[in-house]
Design a protein around this ligand. Sequence first.
Ligand code: NAP
Length: 342
Amino acid sequence: MPTGRRSRLHKVFVTRDLPGDGLRRLRDEAGVDLWPGGMPPPRAALLEGVRDADGLLCLLTDTVDAALLDHAQRLRVVSTMAAGYDNIDVGAATAHNVLVTNTPGVLTETTADLTFALLLAAARRLPESERAIRDGRWTTWSPAFLLGRDIHGATLGIVGLGEIGQAVARRARGFGMRILYTSRTPKPEVERKLGCSPVTFDELLAQSDFVTVHVPLTPQTRHMFDAKAFDRMKQTAIFVNTSRGAVVVEADLQRALASESIAAAAIDVAETEPVAKDDPLLRLSNLLVTPHIGSASVATRARMADMAVDNLLAALDGRQPPNCVNPQVWAARPMSSDGSTA
Ligand code: NAP
């Protein structure tokens, strides 16, 4: 049942409660059907929610595929509260004339902060150090106890020099690192500004002390970090991933860490989330894992929710949503005789 304060023209299905006051603003404009509780709606509930909805506000845990779009005959916009939108079949949405929007930019610095926190923690073995104290294994100061890797003077390889990759590069400069990058298109201006050098993927893997991944998950990037990639890295290398879990072949990462063909990894994302308690990855002491908290600061999550609501309301009002990933749907929209959106 809609939970809006009065009967509205538009109906919106929201798959989770949102931080900040975005939901209140949404309720002022539309009939809001909010999925209760902290878990994602099961598939049947998601299908039921979108059946006669004009808009869907979803999270990265909700799969929006062709079957859902077939089912949601009135749907005009899918607004996801995330920068990545690999959970949405954008091609199918475009074919159904459904706008897809995301929330890039506002989470860039927060996610770069987490990336650097992971890099520092893995380099200086913070989780192991903390466990050593709690387990009563800190018996004395010792010259060879829990030795890590220096960050200053080390080489950082950034795979995907977009918004977050560049924000990580800015932090790396402050730490006195040498920065290499590989990206889909050359970025000479960014290179000059941030002092990054372009290299091939293989060169980056071979030369970097730290490899950090910031590509979106696409057919081209899926499983780009496989056994061959880990074999090319230095034995002392530390691998950091805050992008999407499926850019990595997890079994290959596990083997590389278990055999110490790389030194350590720190990951915020996994191919299957949440990571199961008995996942073999969790048996590795040289792996640091966090539960997809890249954008998880109070201020950033509120901004993301606001942005997702703004995108949704714009689309429902017939205004161009500020962050649309399939603008061809907007360009092809029917116009009324006075030039406004029909
Ligand atoms: P972005 O600005 O679009 O940057 C992505 C970069 O990856 C672009 O520079 C792009 O190159 C490059 N790229 C794309 N395909 C590539 C390929 N096949 N090989 C090499 N480089 C490639 O996105 P962003 O805001 O930095 O976010 C990156 C990803 O981080 C998101 O897609 C999302 O999945 C993930 N993320 C995770 C969290 C978290 O909570 N852990 C938070 C935010 C985002 P071009 O510049 O040439 O297009």
